[in-house]
Design a protein around this ligand. Structure first.
Ligand SMILES: Cc1cc2nc3c(=O)[nH]c(=O)nc-3n(C[C@H](O)[C@H](O)[C@H](O)COP(=O)(O)OP(=O)(O)OC[C@H]3O[C@@H](n4cnc5c(N)ncnc54)[C@H](O)[C@@H]3O)c2cc1C
Length: 313
C-alpha cells in the first residue's frame, strides 16, 4: 500500500500521524527502536519511516530494519534512501533489496555531506547529483511509491526560497507522491511553503505536504535538533524552554519536558486546523513523548486502554 492511500484511509476517522526512527548504532539501540515500534503499533500510525545514515553499518541496519518492520508488524515502513556516497549501481541494488523484502515506499533524498551538514557536498563519481534524479531512478524501477523532503525555511543551501520551491515542485513533477518537511518551530513557515507550492503548481500543490515535528524533551534534545536541521530554533522557543528550565544549577527537567510537549501539541492543533494531511513525528526511537502529544490531540482515543504506551522516554 502507498503512503498516500494509507493517509486517505485513516483520514476518514481522524487526522493521520506518522513516526520516524533512525537506525540504531548497537544492539541496545535496536532493542529501544523495537520497543518504540511495538508501542506505536496499536496507535495505528499511517506509516513508519526509518532514516538512512551517513555510511557503513547504520545503512545496513536501515535496509534490514525496514524489511523486518514489513515482515513482522502491521506498520507500513518507508525506507529513507540517500544518493550521497553511492554509485547508481549500488542504489539500484538497494532499490531491488527493498522490493525483495516487501518495502515499496521510499523517501528519496540527496543526503547530507558525509563529513557533516556543514561540509561541501561531493557527488559520487558514478552517482547522482540531486534528489530529483533518485526520484527518477526509483520511479523507473516500477512498483514503488516515492516521497521527498521539503524545507519550510528553505534548504540551507538553496539560493533563495523561490529556487527551493522550484526544486520541490520539480521533485513532485518527477513522480514523488508527497513530501515530508524538515522539522520546524514556526507554523507560519510551513504554511507559507504550502502557499508557495500551490502558487507555483496547483497540481503538485494538491499532493500531501506533511509537516515534520519533534516534541522537545530536554535542552540536550534541542542541540541534537539543531545539529539535524542545520538551522536555528526560534528565540521565542528557546526562551520558553529556558524559563521552564529555571535559574537553578540543575535544569528543571520535568518542566522543560512539559513545555516541549505543550509546544508540540499547540503546533499540531494549529496544523490540524489548517487541514494538514498527516502529522509526522521524529521520535528519536522513543514512543512516550510523541504518544503524549497524540493523547493531548485525542488521536489515541480509539486505542486507549490497550496499555501499550507506558514505556520510559
Ligand atoms: C523529512 C526529511 C528526511 C530526511 N532524511 C534523511 C536521511 O534519512 N538521511 C540523510 O542523510 N539525510 C536526510 N535528510 C536530510 C537531507 O538529505 C538533506 O537536507 C540534504 O541536504 C537535502 O536533501 P534533498 O533530498 O532535499 O536534496 P535536493 O532536493 O537534491 O536539494 C539539495 C540542494 O540542491 C539544490 N538543488 C536541487 N536541484 C538543483 C539544481 N538542478 N541546480 C542547483 N541546485 C539544485 C536544492 O535547492 C537544495 O539546496 C532528511 C531531510 C528531511 C526534510
Amino acid at each position: 500500500m502507498s503512503v498516500v492511500d494509507r493517509i486517505a484511509e485513516i483520514a476518514v476517522a481522524r487526522t493521520p500521524f506518522s513516526v520516524e526512527f533512525f537506525p540504531p548504532r548497537d544492539e541496545a539501540g535496536e532493542a529501544q527502536l523495537w520497543r518504540a515500534a511495538r508501542a506505536f503499533e496499536p496507535l495505528d500510525p499511517a506509516f513508519v519511516s526509518v532514516t538512512y545514515g551517513a555510511g557503513g553499518t547504520t545503512r545496513d541496519r536501515t535496509a534490514r530494519i525496514v524489511g523486518e518492520l514489513a515482515a513482522t508488524t502491521s506498520l507500513l515502513p518507508v525506507a529513507h534512501l540517500t544518493a550521497v556516497g553511492h554509485s547508481v549501481a549500488e542504489l539500484r541494488e538497494l532499490i531491488d533489496h527493498f522490493a525483495a523484502v516487501g518495502v515499496h515506499n521510499v523517501l528519496a533524498l540527496r543526503g547530507d555531506p558525509q563529513g557533516g551538514v556543514r561540509q561541501e557536498w561531493v557527488q559520487h563519481p558514478e552517482g547522482l547529483a540531486y534528489a530529483v534524479e533518485l526520484v527518477e531512478l526509483i520511479t523507473a524501477a516500477g512498483g514503488f511509491h516515492v516521497g521527498v523532503a521539503s524545507f519550510p525555511e528553505g534548504h540551507p543551501r538553496a539560493i533563495n526560497l523561490a529556487a527551493d520551491t522550484a526544486n520541490l515542485v520539480n521533485k513532485l513533477r518527477a513522480g514523488a507522491e508527497y513530501s515530508i518537511s524538515q522539522m520546524f518551530f514556526d507554523v507560519e513557515d510551513f504554511l507559507r511553503l504550502r502557499d508557495r507550492v500551490c502558487a507555483a503548481d496547483p497540481e503538485q500543490g494538491a499532493k500531501p505536504l506533511i509537516p515534520g515535528l519533534m516534541p522537545i524533551t530536554s535542552l540536550r534534545s534541542v542541540s541534537r535538533m539543531v545539529e539535524l536541521m542545520d538551522s536555528q530554533i526560534p528565540t521565542s522557543v528557546l526562551e520558553r524552554l529556558s524559563r521552564a528550565a529555571g535559574d537553578g544549577p540543575a535544569e528543571n527537567r520535568d518542566a522543560v519536558r512539559r513545555a516541549g510537549i505543550e509546544l508540540a501539541t499547540e503546533m499540531s492543533r494549529r496544523l490540524i486546523d489548517e487541514g494538514v494531511p498527516c502529522l509526522h513525528f521524529c521520535t528519536l526511537n522513543f514512543a512516550k513523548a510523541t504518544s503524549e502529544v497524540l493523547t493531548n490531540l485525542g488521536l489515541t482515543q480509539s486505542r486507549v486502554g490497550s496499555g501499550a504506551v507506558t514505556r520510559g522516554d
